[in-house]
Design a protein around this ligand. Sequence first.
Ligand code: AMP
Ligand code: MG
Length: 413
Amino acid sequence: MRPPMKPLKPLDDALADLLGHATPLAGADTVTTFDADGRVLAQDCTSVLQVPPQDNSAMDGYAVRCADVAAVGVELPVSQRIAAGSAGEPLQPGTAARIFTGAPVPAGADAILMQEDCNALEDGRVRINAVPRPGQWIRRAGEDITRGAVVLQAGTRLTPAELGLAASIGMHQLQVARRPRVALFSTGDELVMPGDVPPAQMRPGAIYNSNRFFLRAMLLRLGCEVTDFGIVPDRRDTTIDALRQASNVHDLILTSGGVSVGEEDHIKPAVETLGTLDLWQIAMKPGKPFAYGQIPRDNGRAHFMGLPGNPVSSFLTFALLVRPFVLRLQGVHSVAPQTIAARADFTWAKADKRREFLRVRHNAAGGLDLFNNQSSGVLTSAAWGDGVVDNPAGQTIAAGDTVRFIAFSELLS
Ligand code: AMP
Ligand code: MG
C-alpha cells in the first residue's frame, strides 16, 4: 500500500527553510577589480574622495565669468588653455579660458560656453555669440560620489557598472566572498552523455543527459566552482563512497533525478546513510519533488539538494530554490527575483492546485505569448521563452489579464 500523501509544501516555505540553512561561507578572496565581475562583495566600498574630484567642464569651449558676457557679441582675450589633466590658473577678469571636456574649471569662472557658440578670432580673442547662464556646462565636484559615501555595500553582486564605480574611487582590488564549491551528480540508468554514444546508436530507453549541461552552466554563472561527478553508478556502495568524498570538500552536493516518491535510486538511501535527508513535495508546477539534506564532516557539513529529473522541473527548481541558496552562501541579501506586471496575450483555462510557472515570451505588442507545450519534460519551452508567468494556484488566465512575469535574466544570471 502507498504511504499517505504528505501535504504539499508551499514554495515560499521551502525557500525560507533552505535560506535558514544558508549560512554565508567563511573566508573571502582578494581579487583585482578587473576580475571581480559576478563576484559578491565581502566589504563595503567607502569613498575617501569626491567624484568628480573638482568642478570640470562638460564641453569643449570657453570658461568665462558671466559678468563679463552681459550681451551677445562680446569679444574677450583668451588668457589660458586648459586641457583635461592640467590644472589651469585662476581666470583673470575680462578674459576667457580655452577649455576642454573634463578639464578643471578655473577659479573665478562660473560658466562654460560650448565652442559652437563662439568664434575664435584671427587676433587670438574669442567672440561669444550666446549669453551664458551661471553654472552652465559645469560638472560639479562630488556630483557623482561624495567623500565618505558607501558606494557599494557588502553583499552586492558585482556587475560591469559596479566594477567601474569601484575603480572610480581608486579601488584596484576587492574583497569578495569565496566561490561555493559544488559537486554535481546525475542519476538514472537511462542517461547517456552526449559524445559517448552517437544518436544513431542509442539503445531503446536511453536519453541524453541534458540536465547536467544547464545545471553546470547555471552554477558557473553564479560564481561556483563545479566538480562534475558525472552519472552516479547504479550501486549503493559506490554511491556512498562518491557522496562521502564529495562532502569532504564541497559546500553543496547537487543531484538531479531520483527524488520522486517511490523511486529506486541509490542517492536517497546513500545520503540517509551518511547524514539526513528531507523529501519535500513542493506545491509548484513543474517541479514537485525536491530533497534537502546535510552530510556531516569533521569541520561542519555539506548541504545536499536533490532536484527532480524532468528537465524543466530541474531547471525551475534550480532557478527558484538553488539559485537563491547559492547566492546567500556568498552573502547576497536580496535573493528574490524581481516580478513585474505584464499582459497575457493568451488564455490558460485549466487552473491547477499548484502554483504554476508558465514558460512565456514577450511579443512585439508588449504582451506575453505562451509556449504551446508546458510539459515538464519539454525543455524547448525554456529555450524558447524569455521568462515565466508566476501563476497562483487555482488561477485561470484570460487574454488581456495582468499576470506576474519573472524574466529569465532574473533567474539565470
Ligand atoms: P526522475 O526524477 O529520476 O524520476 O526522472 C524524471 C524524468 O526525467 C525521467 O523521464 C528521466 O529520464 C528524466 N531525467 C532524469 N535525469 C535527467 C537528465 N540528467 N537529463 C535529462 N533527463 C533526465
Ligand atoms: Mg531517475
